[in-house]
Design a protein around this ligand. Sequence first.
Ligand code: GCB
Length: 614
Amino acid sequence: MGNRRPWWLGVLLACAWCAQAATPGPLLQAYARDAIRLDGPWKAIVDPYENGYYDYRYQPFDQRAEPPAGAYFTDSKMRDPGDLVEYDFDRAMSLQVPADWNTQDPRLYYYEGSVWYRRTFDAPARGPGDRVFLHFGAVNYRADVYLNGRKLGVHEGGFTPFHFELSGHLRERGNSLVLKVDNRRRAEGVPTLNTDWWNYGGITRPVSLLVVPAVFVRDYRMALASLEDRAVSASVQLDGARGGERVTLAVPELGIRESAVADADGLASFRFRAPDAELWTPERPRLYTVQIASGSDRLSDRIGLRTVGTRGRELLLNGQPVFLRGISIHEEFAADGGGRVRDAAQARRLLEWAKELGCNFVRLAHYPHNEEMVRLADEMGLMVWSEIPVYWTIDWDNEDTYRNAEAQLAAMIQRDRSRAAVIVWSLANETPVSEPRNRFLSRLAATARGLDDTRLLSAAMEKHYREDDPEVAVVEDPLAELVDLVSFNQYIGWYDGRPEKIDRVRWEIPYDKPVFVSEFGADARQGRHGEAGEIWTEEHQEDLYRRTLAMLERIDGFVGTSPWILADFRSPRRPLAGIQDGFNRKGLVSETGAKKKAFFVLQDYYRRKAVESR
Ligand code: GCB
């Protein structure tokens, strides 16, 4: 195979360019800005052997200063009838963005590998000195991003936002934006090889262009710092600043207009009182319009004010004990053809089911959900648990794995730390206790606290039984010392014994902290009926819910639960034909939204809890 251009000349030059242009990171409050969306159909080439990335000696094309036309990211065309180029984006299939690829084309249903995406666009209108950023809501799992044939950079992690600055690299017309999206699972990845959910690939969240002035508001946060005197603290981080820039923050509905001067790092800090502010609660999720401005840059957001904390075994919202009437949710909407949630309407539908159950809380499992979901929770009055996919058996000793997990944690917190709804950051799910795991998670805990000390930390832990008494379940884990909310998943009556065992178990949880049961459940195929002892039936699931809810009430310090799970979801671990058919059937509603009997058991329980807490 011939290469048209020598590649050895400019390797160093190319790398230097990449390092400079690629600024992946979580900042930029993209949602609060007018963005130019690059959503819609993109051209796509499925490339299981990564032909468009490696030459026939398996050397990556993008390490070369002048990649050949065969490198797909050059988006080349045959220029004359004798020209050999073995791909052409213009003739390729289309895939919608944002969306997973698995549910768009039956040929991609089980596909794990690389798909190239291409979208062309004209440079946005901009004034002199304005800067342009390209922002991705999320791409699962690894994205290699190229603009006009040159590499912008790489991002790993399927559920968090990232961006690149394009200023200086745009053509006025016909820019070619190419991504190689690779969703192969990897042992050192976060998550790792093994999960109980579908590994949907693709550009699953919106892509946008943002035009900002040379000095712009890169990030901001605002929260109620003290309940007693209604003190609010806020900070605004400028980008491109030298220090000395004026920043204003206004909450017109509260008659607040504050001004501060940025320090040498471009950070402006505010502290003011909002004595008339109505606090955010699930019953009255009051949000205020907050306007932030500096120079010619202006943003506007909707932010609620509340506090969350603990006192001994109590959980407090705005200083009052609160019970979390929760449900776990995967970011999947199986009606409408299935797959990852694609838009606000689907996100709203899931949260409406949670409301109908009587929830005031949702556990967004097992990775940061799309921003739409969290913002809707803010609006609809649902408290949120948000977590990163540190799930099961992560490669604890691998420093790159740690950095990856930490980057995902930071991106999650930085994106959502002004959302009143979010009350818990969760670090991990069902991870086996070991020294390397404890070190890994304590580093993550310290990072989380450094980024946000106004919320609770938790992690879904596991129970074991006392050796001298197999009916005493114990939750003891070094991780429990690090968190504020002691949470654990348990499946007594499903993976662990028969349902009658639920009635006998007693609990020992030796921490003076609130206790949250982050999962329990049983599979039931909607429409399948039988006796309570016959598994897979609605009656069996219903019976397990009844017994479990009674058992939970016997736990000292029990402050809430998020049963597993709102809706049936796809999982490659669930092949049983005629019953599972590729779905985890622990949903309270089927994949198409039909309610199972257990839905009403939980609804009743939550009605009673709501009355009790009045
Ligand atoms: C768990 C996991 C969850 C699974 C669930 C199950 O403990 O946290 O991801 O889907 O059990 O159904 O087995």
